[in-house]
Design a protein around this ligand. Sequence first.
Ligand SMILES: [Zn+2]
Length: 298
Amino acid sequence: MPKWTRRVLAVLFAIALGYYWLAVESHVPSGHYSIDIAELRRLANSIPGPKPREIRVERVATFQFPAAAIMAGGSWKVEDGPAVSYQIVYPDRTVIVDTAMDQATTKAMGRATFDPQAFAHMIQAMSSASLILVTHEHPDHIGGIATFSEAQRLTPSVRLTREQAAHPEQAAPAKMTQGVFQILNYERATAIAPGIALIKSPGHTPGSQMVFIQREDGAEFLLLGDVAWGMRNVENVRERPRFITTFMLHEDRDAVMLELAELHRLIEAEPKIHMLAGHDAAPIDALEKQGLLIEGFM
Ligand SMILES: [Zn+2]
């Protein structure tokens, strides 16, 4: 084989290897992350009072990103991924989980469309919510709190975990004002309201947590936050590619992989729990069709 041919082959091999490492490779490392569903159910039933009767969703913005950015080894076809806010409705109060972001933050985050009406509904609902939580401290989840005018008004209802509060840099380009929230101190899992338990899931960000909801009628939901952007991450036990996790998000890839493996186990062990990934329209659409999720806040 001529020398130049060997050189070309070596360069092509290096490029292929680099592409594989950056965009395709995804494996489950050694270690363990566990979700004790019996404990979450016990916690969800530990605070007296009627449990939630419905869950509503507002799609405040829609990102456009290639499937290859959502899951390692995905295609380069561009897909829509909604940035949402959930409203958990009780007979006498509401709880909001995730607050998406305002128009300026949406624009600063890249290719996305913004729905001003959905945002306005969410802001109005935030004003009257008894509790406002975020799955994590990224701008597309905490942005509604960060840009809320007269943010002090939200202080009685906003609870950030101590890890979320300790990492305001994760909210950039949104800016979190100190003192407009109360600190939520818990170790692994906690009850937060009748029918709602939280479980820590650090990795995507230091302050990531998942939200388990058991409604009055017994239907159960698990909001994954951005542990997974799409349910395909859980179904295939595959992380986002390294060009996203290592160079853009700076996340703890091993921790996220262990969480995905555990969620995958949970899908098989508890197929009736409705999981909602951070930016996946398909499960939202499907649950709306079944009447288990309602489009638009009340
Ligand atoms: Zn997100």
